[in-house]
Design a protein around this ligand. Structure first.
Ligand SMILES: C[S@@+](CC[C@H](N)C(=O)[O-])C[C@H]1O[C@@H](n2cnc3c(N)ncnc32)[C@H](O)[C@@H]1O
Length: 262
């Protein structure tokens, strides 16, 4: 049994609105793996539609703001097709210093096509990293927080594999707090993006991916709860930058004596 079962934190309210996708934790895992495997080769295209082509620069800017510099090592959790990792490699200047991890074989196959020979790729769960303690200067996770089953377990793992003084960067889309921004986000992300994704790819799973994307944003736990979980995992200086009431960048730092915290 998970030794931390008692402080399991689900990042989405699982009772809300998900019965059309899955009914329990087991069918949820099957649904997610199938969904990401089936949409992997459409993911970069969908991302361009979603972000009007700004995704790469945004990821690069956030990595720099999190403190990533040449010569540092990075673990990119939930690497997907490599959109964060590609920018990390450009900044660090050393592909072998960037390790990518994901649960989906389909997503990892996409990364392998573009970056695979340059970097280490691992198929594993964010909640159980098959990596030694204290190996990385920065752990990043782009747009996958809503998909882990236990956020506390994942954050504890991120903290464990960081070097003392290492940085955490989690990028997410958050439910807007203002009514106008929420209405606009709903119109675009819940309706236009799923429709466009399905239409331009001819793929039903691509449409489902983007419908699920919005549904998980709507039912994600509050940013304050995410920040509290980051602190509870042992991180210092936990903070969250917000842009357009939608784009969220969570930051944390492992104490320089971090090894003593656990
Ligand atoms: C929306 S994609 C994000 C990809 C990329 N990080 C980006 O910035 O666009 C979400 C990724 O999270 C991965 N994922 C979901 N749950 C995971 C878990 N528990 N452990 C590792 N990867 C997971 C999926 O397989 C998928 O590749």
């Amino acid at each position: 049994m998970d030794t931390h079962e008692e402080d399991k934190l689900a990042p989405i309210d699982c009772d809300a609105a998900f019965s059309e996708y899955y009914t329990d934790p087991l069918t949820r895992d099957v649904f997610l793996r199938k969904l990401f495997d089936e949409t992997a080769h459409h993911y970069d295209h969908i991302n361009r539609v979603l972000s009007f082509g700004s995704g790469s620069w945004y990821r690069r800017r956030e990595l720099l703001e999190a403190g990533l510099r040449p010569g540092m090592s990075v673990l990119d959790v939930a690497i997907g097709t490599g959109l964060v990792a590609r920018q990390a490699i450009l900044i660090t200047g050393e592909p072998s210093a960037v390790v990518g991890l994901d649960l989906s074989a389909g997503m990892l196959a996409e990364v392998r096509r573009g970056l695979g020979r340059q970097m280490t790729l691992i198929r594993a769960d964010a909640e159980q990293l098959p990596l030694a303690d204290g190996g990385f200067h920065l752990v990043s996770m782009g747009y996958a927080l809503r998909h882990v089953a236990n956020l506390n377990a994942a954050l504890r793992e991120f903290h464990r594999v960081l070097k003392p003084g290492g940085r955490l960067l989690i990028l997410e889309i958050g439910r807007p707090s203002s009514r106008v921004a929420l209405a606009l986000a709903r119109a675009y992300l819940a309706r236009i993006v799923p429709w466009l994704s399905g239409w331009t790819t001819g793929s039903k799973p691509a449409r489902t991916l983007m419908r699920y994307y919005w549904d998980t944003i709507e039912h994600c736990i509050a940013p304050e709860s995410i920040l509290a979980a980051i602190r509870a995992a042992g991180f210092e200086h936990a903070q969250c930058g917000v842009e357009w009431d939608l784009f969220r960048a969570y930051l944390g730092k492992k104490s320089c004596n971090g090894a003593d915290l656990r």
